[in-house]
Design a protein around this ligand. Structure first.
Ligand SMILES: NC(=O)CC[C@H](N)C(=O)O
Length: 269
């Protein structure tokens, strides 16, 4: 059965939007699928792609970028491609979008310099960079996932409250409207450094300011994406074979200790 399972990862604009190491998220999903003997394809979704390519993917990954690259991406991500991406997210394709990527999936992003970049309006939020002299939000970021359905599903997977550790590096500040936050900030700044929220969740799409990259640091979140993708694709719940995440868990605990964040033991052993 496993050998027949196939996952296609759609990687948004890899050459323009991988400034902050988020390609690690793609590698993490790829490896965790391969270790379970699934066939994995990585499909770049970029200027050479057609809307049809967007429909081929089972998981979407979008990374961080600088303001200038974000503008180029948004000039390309219009019309049929934008509609295809919208369709995929609306119909429950799981996705992880980091920093610059979600800024483009909200209503708009105002860069530190230059014109407002209109987004796809999928996430009900706006992002504004207060100007190039404003303080950048840089540093380790720890959050507790509070988005209801996601939190419940993660708790069912790991048997304890879902905490994520990542690293933020952004100038833009995001203000949520009706969309649910991904989580509450325990350490760091998150969406805007003011309201204690971090990221957002819409359908099965996760927006976050956490680089790190996020998924290798929190492998259970990669598994949630994989499990959700398989469920969407094969219309049945498929239990993922467990993997040995001892090293990742030790790294998480070392960071929590370093940051003096006291959290319950994180993953069922
Ligand atoms: N890390 C990033 O993706 C940065 C995104 C955006 N250019 C900002 O500074 O807010």
């Amino acid at each position: 059965m496993n050998l027949e399972m196939e996952i296609t990862i759609g990687w948004l604009y890899p050459t323009l939007m991988s400034t902050y190491g988020d390609r690690g998220n793609v590698i993490c999903i790829q490896r965790r699928c391969e270790w379970r003997n699934y066939t994995v394809k990585i499909l770049p979704l970029d200027r050479d792609s057609t809307a049809q390519d967007f429909y081929q993917v089972d998981i979407l990954v979008g990374g961080g970028a600088q303001d200038r690259q974000q503008e180029i991406v948004m000039r390309d991500l219009r019309g049929a491609k934008a509609e295809a991406l919208r369709d995929k997210i609306e119909t429950g394709t799981p996705g992880i979008f980091t920093c610059g990527a979600p800024q483009l999936l909200g209503h708009y992003y105002e860069p530190g310099e230059g014109q407002r970049i209109e987004g796809l309006g999928l996430f009900d939020f706006v992002s504004i960079h207060p100007g190039l002299n404003a303080r950048r939000c840089i540093g380790n970021l720890v959050i507790e996932v509070t988005a209801k359905k996601l939190a419940q599903e993660l708790i069912a997977m790991i048997g304890s409250p879902p905490y994520l550790i990542g690293f933020e590096n952004h100038g833009g500040r995001t203000k949520l409207s009706q969309v649910e936050a991904l989580g509450r900030v325990i350490y760091g700044l998150g969406n805007n450094g003011e309201d204690g929220t971090e990221g957002a969740v819409y359908q099965n799409a996760i927006a976050t300011y956490s680089h790190g990259p996020l998924l290798p640091k929190n492998p259970f979140l990669a598994d949630w994406l994989i499990q959700t993708a398989l469920k969407q694709k094969y219309q049945e719940s498929i239990a993922l074979a467990p993997l040995d995440d001892t090293l990742a868990n030790q790294a998480r605990e070392a960071m929590f200790k370093k940051l003096r964040v006291n959290l319950p033991t994180l993953v069922k052993q």
